[in-house]
Ligand binder design. Structure first.
Ligand code: ADP
Ligand code: MG
Length: 627
């Protein structure tokens, strides 16, 4: 709640609106206590006195009534009616919406068709018809305004409720044996209240206007009782000769409605969690680049050559060094593994290559990524788009999240192919079937018209691979593509990737946290920890004799089939937070071999042959590593 208020207060306009509204509301509340003239006493000899007359501060109207007093009483009435109408409409509408959305089926159909019928009338006509049927009067105007706004709330809330009613936590409540009423009150209602408040805060102003409109037409408050609408209506005939009689109530309506709308927008922004960090902006199409240090020159090593890449997240005044100077290279047709615990910066490294890190908050602050000699960091968006998918393609962990749920997988494949090549639909389809065959999906011709939800997880990941292959890329970056799959399916997917690599000369950057997978697939492996590469070399060599204590500990976490009884060692402690990296070795806190000098200064990646290790006291003996 305090969070909500501080967010609201940070929005200057909303704050201003809130203060104005509070003042107007307070004045309306204390009106009966103020020494005001009687608003309804006429004195025709005193009519049309101008503003700032000695006995009438805002002048008098066509019957000589004190305008200030009428304004205050009228505001009081208009606010009361507007708020009452909003509360009635919101309560009724929300109740209808929740019931329709929660019960669904026939209940939903019957209720919503009724709501649709109400919505089919222009609402002003409907309000007029209701007042005409009930007879003029303020209470009837309130009923009419509330009634025409009920459908708006009902529709809104029903939509939200339908979404919530099928969520797992509602199913869980049902399984726990709660009654429907309890579920609605304890599970559904708390989730829709913010939406109700938002809808209300943005419509109250509108309802005050509608009530004023009905009063203006003489259908709302009846003389001599004043509300803002009827004051305007009565002043209409003197609009030219004595404009102040119109301006006074008109200004008040303007002020109230403006204040409510500004506050309402602020409430909406503060309540919507997606807007909470103030990030109304969308991520840019390519990661922001802000390189201070000189850009390293290409070494010519490999097809993809990443040099001292640094990617950070700037959130308010905090800086997260997710990737802190990573050097990598991948040859044509080679498979490079990147391994490390969750949070070590593997995904951010991979996404930085093609400028796919969301900015804000992501920023590439240093280094270069050379693809065939061309620096991709800071390349124009057009160029990146040309290369995404065609030169470097990605496979992500969760294929259900990357496939569009409403399109058939074939159509999505064809779209991916046609994004880079101007070919016809039929040709695209033939190619899509070929791709599905290449990733060994049985009955590719029929499977092509499946929706993603009709496939199993392994099948979907194969579609993900097919999609990455769609434009014959040279490099595929696979970010934990098998983590969500079970072991047998994982083995199949790995075999497919390995075959494709050999048959098509693909280079693969394979990101994982599982040494078993690396052993099976990768030629070389880079071990990441806290945004840095701590060890790098040929897979066989590292598996044989890991030199960095972290690598050794990671390998000790892998169970071996038929390896007999052995303690599986979890690594004690947690990786450091990347916004508070310690000086020296980031692994020092958890390392058993730590010494004084480990905690001081930068530790470089020392290379010997093809094997690099970032450690001052590396393991020398392979027997020691196995302990
Ligand atoms: P992983 O190795 O598991 O793929 P990531 O590359 O996803 O790890 O994340 C690396 C680090 O960057 C983590 O510490 C994570 O907290 C941080 N990070 C990732 N995305 C953001 C973000 N949008 N804002 C702040 N920090 C982030
Ligand atoms: Mg990741």
């Amino acid at each position: 709640m305090t969070g909500f208020l501080t967010l609201l207060a940070r929005n200057r306009l909303a704050l201003a609106g809130g203060i104005v509204l509070l003042l107007v509301g307070l004045l309306a509340l204390v009106t009966p206590l103020l020494p005001l003239a009687d608003p309804d006493v006429t004195n025709t000899s005193n009519r049309f006195r101008p503003i700032f007359s000695p006995d009438a501060l805002l002048g008098t109207d066509h019957l000589g009534r004190d305008l200030l007093s009428r304004l205050m009483w009228g505001t009081r009435l208009s606010l009361a009616v507007g708020f009452a109408a909003a509360i009635v409409a919101a309560t009724l509408g929300a109740a209808i919406g929740i019931i329709a959305g929660y019960y669904g089926g026939r209940t939903d159909n019957v209720i919503m068709r009724g709501v649709d019928m109400l919505m089919a009338f222009p609402y002003i006509l409907l309000a007029l018809a209701i007042v005409a049927a009930l007879g003029p009067g303020l209470l009837n105007a309130l009923i009419a305004v509330a009634a025409v706004n009920v459908p708006f709330f009902a529709r809104n809330i029903r939509g939200i409720t339908v979404g919530i009613a099928h969520k797992e936590f509602v199913d869980a409540a049902r399984l726990a044996g709660l009654s429907n009423t309890r579920i609605i009150l304890s599970e559904i209602l708390p989730n829709v209240v913010p939406v109700i408040v938002i809808a209300m805060s943005t419509t109250i102003g509108w309802m005050i206007l509608e009530t004023a409109g009905l009063s203006f037409l003489g259908l709302g408050s009846q003389p001599p009782q004043a509300d803002l609408g009827s004051m305007l209506g009565e002043a209409r005939s003197a609009l030219i000769t004595n404009p102040h009689t119109s301006i006074v109530p008109g200004m008040m309506i303007l002020i109230i409605v403006m204040a409510i709308n500004l506050l309402g927008d602020g409430v909406r922004d503060a309540l919507d969690p997606r807007l909470k960090s103030g990030a109304l902006s969308r991520p840019m199409a390519a990661t922001r680049v802000d390189r201070k240090a000189p850009v390293p020159a290409p070494t010519g090593a490999g097809l993809l050559d990443v040099q001292s890449l640094e990617t950070q997240f700037h959130v308010k005044d905090r800086v997260y060094r997710a990737v802190g100077g990573v050097d990598l290279h991948v040859e044509k047709g080679e498979c490079l593994g990147i391994i490390g615990e969750s949070g070590s910066g593997k995904s951010v490294t991979a996404l930085s290559v093609m400028g796919l890190v969301a900015s804000p908050p992501g920023v590439v602050t240093g280094g270069a990524v050379y693809y065939d000699g061309e620096d991709l960091i800071g390349a124009p968006y057009r160029r990146l788009r040309e290369m995404r998918g065609r030169n470097v393609a990605y496979i992500f962990q969760d294929p259900l999240a990357t496939l569009h749920p409403l399109y058939r997988v074939g159509d999505q494949l064809i779209e991916a192919i046609r994004a880079h090549r101007p070919i016809g639909k039929a040709e695209g389809r033939a190619k899509a079937v070929d791709l599905l065959r290449a990733v060994r999906i049985p009955n590719a011709e029929t499977r092509i018209s499946d929706y993603p939800h009709e496939m199993s997880g392994g099948m979907r990941q194969r579609v993900g691979i097919a999609m990455a292959l769609a434009n014959d890329p040279d490099i595929i970056i696979a970010d934990e593509p098998t983590t969500a799959l079970d072991v047998t399916v994982q083995a199949q997917v790995l075999t497919i990737l390995d075959d494709l690599r050999r048959s098509r000369g693909l280079a693969i950057v394979f990101i994982t946290h599982d040494f078993g997978v690396v052993a099976q697939l990768c030629d070389r492996v880079a071990v990441m920890y806290a945004g840095r590469i701590v060890e790098e070399g040929r897979t066989a060599e590292i598996l044989d004799a890991p030199r960095h204590p972290y690598t050794a500990r990671l390998m000790a976490c892998v169970p071996e089939l038929g390896g007999g009884k052995r303690r599986l060692e979890a690594i004690a402690g947690l990786p450091p937070a990347v916004n508070k990296l310690p000086p020296g070795c980031a692994f020092a806190e958890r390392c058993t071999r730590v010494q004084e000098d480990c905690r001081q200064g930068h530790i470089p990646l020392a290379r010997a042959g093809g094997h690099g290790v970032r450690c001052l006291h590396p393991i020398d003996d392979s027997r020691e590593a196995a302990q």
